[in-house]
Design a protein around this ligand. Structure first.
Ligand code: SF4
Length: 220
């Protein structure tokens, strides 16, 4: 069984991890009770809140995967492989006194539109409600930072074996404009990136000015 089959990833001890998809890590008491019940029923030894704010359930036997998914709510997992994976967002104006923009609102809209969107390599997004960058926007492939005048968008960050800081692409965008720009960036990368190339390396290869001209030609 390869990674992603049955929504699972094999671990080094031969068991499997699954990660129910709770967008942005938002979770209710009922969700938690359901996860706990499934973990106890299948004797899952490890529950882990990951660095991407996901809830990993580690230690399933292969023969239990299908029935476990049927019992989980949500019964779908986080995307695996070369695609838009985690979308991390801070609480933004919903909760945080320092928030300048609605990070949860934009994060949920991004998740709804792009989670699992196939790409040349994995893509992580970060949405921070202000310049404090609690969603680690500078090390995300695609990042959004809330400011008084709207969203500032940055591209090309990652925290992989050769970390890169994201570069600012444009600013002052509404939520709708941010979503449109995200769509243009992802489609352009999908069509022009090489297999296994991260967005930051792709931008390095073609040049930031060429990339910017292709995805937001009207920006100054
Ligand atoms: S990035 Fe800003 S708005 Fe978001 S949690 Fe941090 S301080 Fe609050």
């Amino acid at each position: 069984m390869k990674d992603g089959d049955k929504g699972a990833v094999q671990q080094k001890d031969g068991t499997y991890a699954i990660v129910p998809h709770f967008p942005l890590g938002l979770i209710t008491p009922a969700d938690l009770r359901n996860v706990a019940a499934v973990a106890e029923r299948y004797k899952v030894p490890i529950l882990k809140i990951t660095s991407a704010a996901r809830l990993a359930m580690v230690g399933f036997k292969e023969e239990d995967l299908e029935s476990a998914w049927q019992e989980l709510n949500p019964g779908v997992g986080h995307a695996v492989g070369l695609c838009v994976r985690s979308i991390k967002a801070c609480p933004g104006t919903t909760v945080c006194r320092l928030g300048k923009q609605d990070a949860l609102g934009l994060g949920l809209a991004l998740d709804e539109r792009f989670h699992g969107f196939a790409l040349p390599n994995k893509c992580k997004m970060g949405v921070s409600g202000c310049m404090n960058n609690c969603a680690e926007t500078p090390i995300k492939d695609l990042g959004f930072v809330g400011k008084k005048d709207g969203w500032t968008v940055s591209v090309g960050g990652n925290a992989a074996s050769r970390p890169q800081l994201a570069v600012e692409l444009c600013q002052g965008l509404s939520q709708a404009e941010s979503l449109d720009l995200a769509a243009k960036i992802l489609h352009y990368f999908k069509e022009n990136g090489k297999k296994s190339e991260r967005l930051g390396r792709f931008i390095d290869r073609i040049g930031f000015d060429s990339f910017k001209a292709a995805v937001c030609p009207d920006a100054s």
